[in-house]
Write a protein that binds this ligand. Sequence first.
Ligand SMILES: NC(=O)c1ccc[n+]([C@@H]2O[C@H](COP(=O)([O-])OP(=O)(O)OC[C@H]3O[C@@H](n4cnc5c(N)ncnc54)[C@H](OP(=O)(O)O)[C@@H]3O)[C@@H](O)[C@H]2O)c1
Length: 322
Amino acid sequence: MKAIVLKKENTPPVYEDFKLDDKKDEVKVKLLASAINHRDLWIIKGMYAGIKYPIILGSDGLGLFEGKKVIINPGQNWGNDENVQSSKFKILGLPDHGTFAEFVYTPKQYLFPAPEHLTDFESAALPLGGLTAYRALFSKAKIKKNEKVLIAGIGGGVALFAMQFALAAGLEVYVSSSSDKKIKKAVDLGANGGINYTKKDWHRELKAISGGIDIIIDSAAGSGFSTYLKLINPGGRIVVYGGTRGNIQDLSPQILFWKQISILGSTMGSDRDFSDMLQFVNKHKIKPVLDSLYKLEDFNIAIKRMEEGKQFGKIVLKNVYT
Ligand SMILES: NC(=O)c1ccc[n+]([C@@H]2O[C@H](COP(=O)([O-])OP(=O)(O)OC[C@H]3O[C@@H](n4cnc5c(N)ncnc54)[C@H](OP(=O)(O)O)[C@@H]3O)[C@@H](O)[C@H]2O)c1
């Protein structure tokens, strides 16, 4: 079969023939579409734990199994503790071969019917980002109707799911971005307002627009993170699910304890989070925001768009050409 195969650190993956070994305990899914996550980029750059070569990348996919359209929960072996994943937890696309291919093997329990209101490409975009956003908002921040949330870096795949879910749950939603165009697009999709985080003292402006923020959902961290402590209301919650901008710097313990702020780490989600997310998406007829569509063989062009931070929503791949 054809696949996108990563053979070496920091070299572009190659579109080529690859022989998948049969897995007796797992089912074989014929993939129609897949979607890129920042994780794929970290792995290519060698900035991810447990990398092995060769590996077929890809955590998100829409495929056919026994004549039905299915999506795959890429978060596998979570275990029994809702609070944290087990030591056996793994994500599809490393260590096991992933979805940027014609076929993928997965344990059957991780197959779910593709939402009927979504196209194949929208379904392919949903699993990893939808799961991460759902857990961050509902299981971690425990959002409540009418609260005010800031979704940082709104161009991101997970961030846009978080915005859509929070709006559907009845929250007031504000966004931040490095791009005024992306902020406008988010407002067009229903966000109450937004702010460019590259501006000096952006938090003061956002405070003035919003009247205060109760929850922040962030994947950047880095030197800008300390500003969140100034922005957030007393008793606020900050959920961190990524570290795109590196280590957090100059965090004031005084502001943290005096304002009784909670900083919560979040990773992917449990089996229950995934089922709940799917139910929520079906109930509210949420449609993933798609940025662009590429042929599987054009993967390296597609991921360059993510590397340059140009995307607004999910970058999707067409695994089968018709
Ligand atoms: N823990 C988990 O389970 C989990 C799951 C999924 C993703 N992640 C991590 O979360 C991050 C985002 O993943 P993704 O797939 O959504 O990636 P993505 O689509 O590439 O989004 C990255 C976004 O980060 C934003 N950003 C960059 N610098 C920022 C800053 N200084 N402040 C605020 N936002 C900033 C950008 O937003 P603008 O373009 O709008 O500026 C960009 O769109 C990655 O680091 C990924 O590894 C973790």
